[in-house]
Design a binder for this molecule. Structure first.
Ligand code: AQP
Length: 338
């Protein structure tokens, strides 16, 4: 590590390799990762242990980890500059998670919206892992003395819990953990479902028409956009209460073209209906995703290289994680292993 790198503030973020990466996850999280990698010391993780809170097909999960890693890189994350690794390759995550479990309160976990939502979605499998999901996430973040966590708005509540846990621990044992702050985009923090713009776009949504994945074919994107819910009236204008569907499409359009919403509204002020607008949004998304998809195809072919990146990443992550865990073990009174 160079002198400059050691002075940089730390960024940590991760995504569960469940389902296929959506344009919502890209705009809410990865877009910021790409920008922040130049200024910060970044760790980007495949949250594979977190995916086990919902039943997974083992072969699919293994394959998806490589798919997601290749996508991170195809989106512009430089593996030579950042630490890219799988959560399950760094055992310190589950080790710290256990300790933090003993400081987290049932009541605060019970209040988590994601737990309530996922419990409804998976009523037959409300497992302990699902309940403790944010505690494992706290271990992920706190192991690396993280300053900022770039995430979408849905993760804000988990970040608040992580901060509370870190403060509680520090209050008892001294300055152990850096108190992390969420880094949430000003625009695009919550991309909504295409057919129900009152719900977040989610990669594990059973209705495939609700989301666009980064690997969707052009015709699939056109088809999904055509079926996207719009609102009554015919004006293209941003208004979350009156026009949630059109507003969501404007945010998507703006994110993939880097044009402001105001500029887009102005260019459609004489539009007569939504047809042309929806077509233009589709074409802009297709044009944006096309180079990402080409890079992905090339990267995904070389699984040996992807394994090498994960191996290097795990070594680098473990070096940092083990230093924090050692401190924590000592402070809570565990014996040193001889
Ligand atoms: N619709 C979204 N708008 C903005 N940001 C989003 N993110 C996800 N969906 C949107 C952000 O992307 C990252 C995904 O992390 P995750 O997979 O660990 O968590 P998640 O929030 O549970 O994502 P999904 O798509 O809803 O996954 P499933 O369906 O598997 O639970 C996070 O930073 C998230 O904020």
């Amino acid at each position: 590590m160079t002198m400059n790198e050691s002075k940089k503030l730390n960024i940590f973020s991760g995504i569960q390799p469940s389902g296929e990466l959506t344009i919502g996850g890209y705009i809410g999280a990865i877009k910021n990762w790409v920008t922040l990698q130049h200024e910060y010391q970044c760790l980007f993780m495949l949250a594979d242990l977190h995916t086990l809170t919902v039943l997974q097909d083992p072969e699919m999960l293994r394959k998806r980890c490589y798919d997601f890693l290749a996508l991170y890189i195809a989106c512009g994350i430089d593996p030579a500059k950042n630490i890219l690794f799988a959560q399950s390759h760094v055992p310190e995550h589950t080790q710290l998670s256990w300790i933090l479990n003993c400081y987290a309160h049932m009541g605060e976990l019970n209040r988590m919206t994601q737990f309530k939502d996922k419990s409804k979605q998976h009523a037959a499998n409300i497992n302990v892992g699902l309940f403790g999901y944010p505690v494992l996430m706290a271990a992920d973040v706190l192991l690396y003395q993280t300053h900022y966590v770039p995430v979408g708005e849905d993760q804000k509540q988990h970040l608040e819990l992580i901060r509370d846990l870190a403060l509680r621990f520090n209050h008892r044992y001294g300055d152990v953990f850096t108190i992390p702050e969420p880094y949430i985009p000003k625009q695009g923090a919550r991309i909504m479902s295409l057919q129900d713009p009152t719900q977040k776009m989610s990669k594990s949504d059973a209705n495939l028409h609700n989301f666009i994945t980064l690997l969707d074919e052009p015709d699939t994107i056109r088809h999904k956009l055509k079926r996207a819910t719009t609102d009554s009236g015919h004006e293209i204008r941003f208004n979350l209460t009156e026009k949630p569907g059109i507003s969501n499409l404007l945010v998507l359009f703006s994110a993939v073209t880097d044009k402001t919403i105001l500029a887009l509204e102005t260019s459609y002020q004489h539009a007569n209906g939504y047809g042309q607008f929806k077509q233009d949004v589709s074409e802009a998304i297709i044009a944006f995703l096309s180079p990402i998809q080409s890079r992905y195809q090339a990267l995904r072919k070389d699984e040996t290289e992807l394994q090498r990146i994960l191996h290097q990443g795990a070594l680098a992550a473990r070096e940092k994680a083990s230093a924090t865990l050692k401190k924590v073990y000592t402070l809570v009174g565990l014996m040193e292993s001889t």
